[in-house]
Design a protein around this ligand. Structure first.
Ligand code: NAD
Length: 268
């Protein structure tokens, strides 16, 4: 480690994204993996985080002590489980450790804890940490606003079979952006798939459809359909590395930012 490197603790270190963060720290300048945190009882506790991520030994054991990780790190990056995020936010706050939160499907208590923490520390919370989705979100906002209610909005998202929440946090964030752009109450007008005798499609409805299967890293399409034309805006992740690299960019950002609640749009 050099004096200028930002020390990163990853929470959820043994997970798909956690391992990706370990790899990204290894290949990136300016950051250093200082701690790798897992839940108590995880079978991976004590293993070397580098080896688990497919690298050589890096001398960082997987550990369940989040408070110790906060003490030894400049930034926490969280890719764990929705139920864990409230505690992660509270520990980040009490240790004044800037936080990047990528976990999705957050219950209200976790969202509140992130907001409360952001009054004292910088917090960047994003259901999607890829730069492409940050731009996609801005495009969706523009399309929804400029095309108006003559164009029906539907969102289709596809993810790997291991994803535990639906719809994706990204799909919900895109729907929220489109709803605000149109003045549609959110989330009241969301329609999660259709089945049976649904009646005609209400003008303000925003349909969201979740496809699950195989190893798909993440795909989102927003389709705006008018009487005589259709516009479709899509994003496809080719690898989890795009989220991990985005998370490290976000970590470097929050390491030097004032307290506040940030999104990926603040980095671009
Ligand atoms: P995963 O199930 O592979 O990994 C989650 C890991 O967190 C597991 O190893 C689990 O043991 C660990 N964990 C659970 N509770 C914990 C606790 N209290 N403390 C520490 N670790 C704990 O899941 P994943 O595919 O890596 O995804 C993780 C989260 O990140 C999901 O919510 C997913 O939707 C989200 N995600 C976000 C982005 C983004 O860009 N923001 C990208 C991909 C995935």
């Amino acid at each position: 480690m050099t004096a200028s490197q930002v020390r990163i603790a990853v929470v959820g270190a043994a997970g798909r994204m956690g391992r990706e963060i370990v790899q990204a720290c290894h290949r990136s300048d300016g950051v250093y993996l200082s701690a790798a945190v897992e839940r108590a009882g995880s079978p991976f506790l004590g293993l070397d985080a580098g080896e688990l991520a497919g690298l050589s030994q890096i001398g960082v054991p997987i550990d369940a002590d989040l408070a110790a990780a906060c003490r030894s790190s400049d930034v926490l990056i969280d890719f764990s489980l929705a139920e864990a995020v409230e505690q992660v936010a509270r520990l980040a706050l009490s240790s004044e450790t800037p936080l990047v939160s990528g976990t999705t499907g957050l219950p209200q208590a976790a969202q509140t804890a992130l907001k409360e923490a952001s009054q004292t520390i910088p917090v960047l919370a994003a259901p999607n940490l890829s730069p492409g989705v940050a731009v996609l979100t801005a495009l969706v906002e523009q399309a929804a606003r400029q095309l108006g209610e003559q164009y029906d909005i539907e969102i289709i998202e596809t993810h790997h079979r291991g994803k535990v929440d639906a719809p994706s946090g990204t799909a919900l964030a895109l729907a929220e952006k489109a709803a605000h752009a149109r003045g549609i109450p959110f989330p009241a007008q969301l329609c999660f798939g259709r089945n049976g005798r649904t009646g005609e499609r209400p003008v303000q409805e925003i349909g969201i459809h979740s496809v699950r299967g195989g190893g798909v890293f993440g795909e989102h399409s927003i389709v705006l359909t008018g009487q005589n034309e259709q516009i479709s805006i899509s994003h496809k992740a080719f690898s989890r590395a795009v989220f991990a690299d985005g998370a490290l960019r976000a970590a470097l950002f929050v390491a030097n930012a004032p307290a506040g609640l940030y999104s990926m749009a603040d980095l671009l």
